[in-house]
Design a protein around this ligand. Structure first.
Ligand code: ATP
Length: 388
């Protein structure tokens, strides 16, 4: 329908970017980015009207989103981009589909498929993107690309690790050159951390981290971020623990990328964590996870000594799921105790309350808390009947 509408308006309409790349790789990608050789916003308005969809217009960016019941379409006018200085926002003006594809990052992301009925399904491939996809190479479209937008270095790492691709020789040289010239310094801390997070959230964080190491990028996050055999082993362990947690019958909800971050920072001192959290403006949840990872050795020692259920419980009580999993990253031999806590002990509740004790004629006081804790301890250790 969109293609027919484009014909009626005299526009060429294409689907571009990640969707096309992943279609050729036979992967699912639900990001539908459409570009129009014509008036993108006008086209979006008419389309939303015809299909009864919701419309959001972003005039500053010259883009619009049409929200249909089960799909969302990002619509833009084909355009040329100019970057006035490194890492700036681009200035844009309308251009042809070829120019629109040329402003993109890599050849594999510069593919389009036409949607007008007369040419429906035709692949538009000016820069040999299909060939690079088949060969498994990440190939920058132009030489100044990484100066215009240094975040593309991280995009290159993300795609290389996700698909197991290599860098095209010239691209690798450009990446090294851009890094040597400190282009990454031009990114604000927020953007920089965002790129790290994005990479750690992608499909192969371990390989992404290895690329950060290989190209000496960790230092932009902190001088204290060192890499060694221990870290290499821990990161592999994170992969294993995530697999373990996902396979558990009981549905464990956790945020995997945080485990990689905790691992990267686990050798930090308190001061280094403070500095890192401040620099990247980390929220309190993230900061508290990282802080716990500093204390993990003590927790592990205590947990190893814990014999009774109540000792396990009171060692782990209050820890967040990523913190519990991080214990296993450091010491996989503790799986039984962590499973016991997650599957049984965490759920144990006692039915006695402070009010029950008052009803027995005792004066309220701080010792109530102690009593209730003792009751819970007894229940955890099976000393009182837990059947209702
Ligand atoms: P992912 O699968 O990670 O979402 P994607 O390629 O779909 O990858 P998007 O960020 O949704 O990534 O971008 C859509 C398209 O926009 C890309 O395929 C690429 O053509 C272009 N693009 C995105 N970011 C940049 C960038 N920083 N520089 C140049 N082109 C970009």
């Amino acid at each position: 329908k969109a293609g027919r509408l484009a014909d009626e308006l005299g526009y060429n309409l294409y689907i571009v970017g990640g969707f096309v790349r992943d279609l050729l790789l036979e992967r699912i990608n639900l990001d539908l980015d459409l570009v129009v050789e014509g008036e993108g916003i006008e086209f979006a308005k008419t389309l939303a009207h015809k299909l009864n969809g919701d419309l959001d217009i972003y005039r500053d960016f010259g883009t619009a989103v049409v929200d249909l019941d089960n799909v969302k379409l990002d619509i833009a006018t084909t355009r040329i981009e100019y970057y006035p200085y490194t890492a700036s926002l681009p200035e844009v003006e309308p251009g042809s589909i070829q120019q629109d594809l040329f402003r993109r990052d890599f050849t594999i992301n510069a593919l389009a498929i036409q949607l007008n009925p007369t040419a429906f399904g035709q692949l538009v491939d000016y820069f040999n993107g299909k060939k690079d996809l088949e060969a498994g190479v990440i190939h920058l479209l132009h030489n100044f690309s990484l100066y215009d937008d240094p975040t593309r270095i991280f995009r290159a790492f993300r795609f290389a690790s996700r698909y197991g691709y290599q860098f095209y020789e010239e691209t690798e040289r450009l990446i090294k050159q851009a890094i040597d010239l400190d282009t990454i310094e031009k990114l604000s801390p927020n953007r920089l951390f965002g790129k790290l997070k994005h990479g750690l959230q992608d499909e192969n964080p371990t390989s992404f981290i290895r690329l950060l190491v290989k190209y000496d990028i960790l230092v932009y996050f902190s001088d204290s971020l060192v890499w060694n055999q221990v870290k290499e082993k821990l990161v592999k362990q994170v992969d294993k623990i995530i697999g373990w947690a996902m396979k558990k019958e009981q549905n464990i909800e956790f945020t995997p990328w945080i485990l990689y971050l905790m691992t990267l920072l686990e050798h930090f001192t308190k001061e280094e964590v403070e500095k890192f959290s401040k620099k990247f403006n980390l929220n309190s949840q993230l900061k508290s996870r990282i802080k716990t990872s500093l204390e993990i050795e003590q927790i592990i020692t205590k947990l190893k000594q814990a014999e009774r259920n109540s000792e396990v419980y009171y060692t782990l009580e209050g820890l967040k799921i990523e913190e519990l999993l991080f214990i296993l990253v450091k010491d996989f031999s503790l799986t039984e105790k962590i499973s016991l806590f997650l599957e049984e002990l965490k759920e144990v509740e006692i039915k006695v309350s402070g009010k029950d004790i008052i009803d027995l004629g005792y004066q309220p006081g701080p010792y109530f808390k102690q009593i209730l804790k003792e009751v819970k301890r007894a229940k955890l250790d099976g000393k009182i009947d837990s059947t209702p």
